[in-house]
Write a protein that binds this ligand. Sequence first.
Ligand SMILES: NC(=O)c1ccc[n+]([C@@H]2O[C@H](COP(=O)([O-])OP(=O)(O)OC[C@H]3O[C@@H](n4cnc5c(N)ncnc54)[C@H](OP(=O)(O)O)[C@@H]3O)[C@@H](O)[C@H]2O)c1
Length: 341
Amino acid sequence: MKAVGLTRYLPITDSESLRDVELPKPEPGDRDLLVRVEAISVNPVDTKIRRSKGPDHQEALPQVLGWDAAGVVEAVGSKVTLFQPGIEVYYAGSITRPGTNSEYHLVDERIVAKKPRSFDMAYAAALPLTAITAYEAFCDRMGIVFESDSVGKTVLIIGGAGGVGSIATQIAKIANLRVIATASRPESQSWCRKMGADEVLDHTKSIPDQLQRLNCSTVDYIFNTSTTEQHWPAMCEVIKPQGRICCIVDTTKAVDLNALKRKSVTFAWEFMFTRPMYQTDDIVEQHKLLTQVARWVDAGMIQSALTETLSPINAANLRAAHAKLESGRMIGKLVLTGWPS
Ligand SMILES: NC(=O)c1ccc[n+]([C@@H]2O[C@H](COP(=O)([O-])OP(=O)(O)OC[C@H]3O[C@@H](n4cnc5c(N)ncnc54)[C@H](OP(=O)(O)O)[C@@H]3O)[C@@H](O)[C@H]2O)c1
C-alpha cells in the first residue's frame, strides 16, 4: 500500500523529511478495524513527532505519522462488535500505533465513530483529534455539562482560531457558555467570531486589561490551547475563585501552581491520546463522544473548521502541510484527500 513515512527526523525544508513509501497492508487484530483511508488532517503533534528524535537518529523501517482520518471500514477483527465492512468512519487513532498517513490503517474500534452523514470525507477528517481534545477538556477535565446549566458562565479560550480553538468555541456554545476567544490578527479574529465567539481579545496584549474593558474581570473557565507558561500569570489573575483551568501544551519551564491555591482553582491537563495510550477502562468514551459530535454536526450545531484541502496524499503535499502548521499561524484545519493513482 502507499504511505508517507520517515526514517530520519529532519526539518521540513529537507525533502527527505517525509517520503513516499510502499508498505505491506496490515492485518487487523481482535478489536481492530482495517480502514481504507480517504482523507487525513494534519495536527501540530505530527510535526512535533517528526522533529522529536533529532536528525542523527535513523529508523530501520519507515515510521508513519498522522492521526486524524476519515475512510471506509475494509475488514474487521474477530472481536469487533461496533462496525462492519463498508461503514464510513472518522477517528484520531493512537499515538502508540502507526499513523493514518497510509492507504490502509488499523484502529481500535472503541475510539472510532460513524462519520457525520452531512460531512464529506475531507470535512470529517478535519474534526476528530481536535473535537476529542475540546470535548474531553470541557466535559472530563473541567466538569462542564453540555446542553444544560452553564448559562451565565464564561470561558476564555486562548488561541481561538487554531484547530483546537475552532471546535472548542463551538462546543462551548453548545454548553451555553459565553465564549471569549483570543486571536492576534484581523483574519484570525474574524474567524473566531465565525466559529461563534461572543468576544475576541488579542493574546499579544494584556488579557486582564482587555477583560476589564469588557466589564468581565474574571472568568469561570479557561481553556488554553497555546503555550502554558506564556499565559500562566494572566490565567492565574483572571480565573474566578473556584474556577477551572485546562491546558493542553507541555510547559517548557516550571509554572507556579501555588498561585492557584488561594482561589481553590482546579487545574487539569488534557491529553487526547491518554485513553488509547493506556487502554483505560473507559476507552470506549471516545467512540461515544465522536458519535455525539457527529450528531451535533448532522443537527447543524457544528460547522466545519476546514480552511484548506490539498490533494493527493503524498510526501510533497504533506511537507507543505507540516510547514504551514509549523508557522504557528494556522486558521482552522488543513486536510489532504485521495491517493495518487
Ligand atoms: N494535549 C492534547 O491532547 C492536544 C491536542 C491537540 C493539540 N494540542 C496542542 O495544542 C496546540 C494547539 O493545537 P492546534 O491544532 O489548535 O494548533 P494550530 O491550529 O496550529 O494553532 C494555530 C493558532 O495558534 C494561535 N497562536 C499562536 N501563537 C499564540 C500565542 N502565543 N498565544 C495564543 N495563541 C497563539 C494562532 O493565532 P493568531 O494567528 O491569531 O496569533 C493560530 O490561529 C499545539 O501545540 C498542539 O500540539 C494538544
